[in-house]
Unconditional design. Structure first.
Length: 172
């Protein structure tokens, strides 16, 4: 029996833009350069995890392999080679706060390896969000999105699987 109770803890690594511009040293020390326009000051980006991606609890139904997919937009769960043992499956939800109307780039990895308490591993792939192609922070300074993915377990591994999905957020 497999307990794929996969609650993914999200660890956020975000990069903030640095104000100002870098200057290049010139060979002419007496030459004057035009002062650079200062970059506008943007609010610092803040990221909050409102709900972790949770694949719930399942058991293998055949050949000791299978997958569970959670759709980012609807939270719909699809199981192949597993049967649900109870508990809800949840898409992850993230809130970004920052400068109203600012464009941001949000990056999530393509693949994450989860490790079980019994030493086995499983992969989360097809990590997708419900974000538009060019996300913009709303007039209230917030941008909320959901994400899902596909958990794939092979070779009869079992246990309580956990891992981290790094999320990178930056102003454009």
């Amino acid at each position: 029996m497999m307990n794929v109770g996969t609650v993914i803890r999200i660890v956020l690594a975000f990069a903030l833009p640095l104000p100002g511009t870098a200057s290049i040293a010139q060979s002419c020390q007496l030459c004057a350069t035009a002062p650079a326009d200062p970059a506008p000051s943007l609010r610092a980006l803040s990221v909050t995890i409102d709900a972790a991606l949770d694949f719930s609890t399942a058991v293998y139904t055949n050949r000791d392999s299978g997958s569970i997919a959670i759709e980012a937009r609807t939270g719909r769960r699809q199981m192949i080679g597993f049967a649900a043992l109870g508990g809800p499956a949840l898409a992850g939800t993230v809130t970004i706060t920052g400068e109203p109307f600012a464009r941001v780039t949000v990056n999530l990895p393509r693949t994450v390896v989860l490790t079980s308490n019994l030493g086995g591993t499983a992969d989360v792939t097809e990590i997708r969000t419900d974000l538009p192609p060019h996300p913009v922070i709303g007039p209230n300074g917030r941008l909320v999105f959901t994400f899902g993915g596909r958990l794939t377990a092979r070779n009869g591994v079992d246990g309580d699987f956990r891992g981290r999905i790094p999320v990178t957020v930056d102003y454009n």
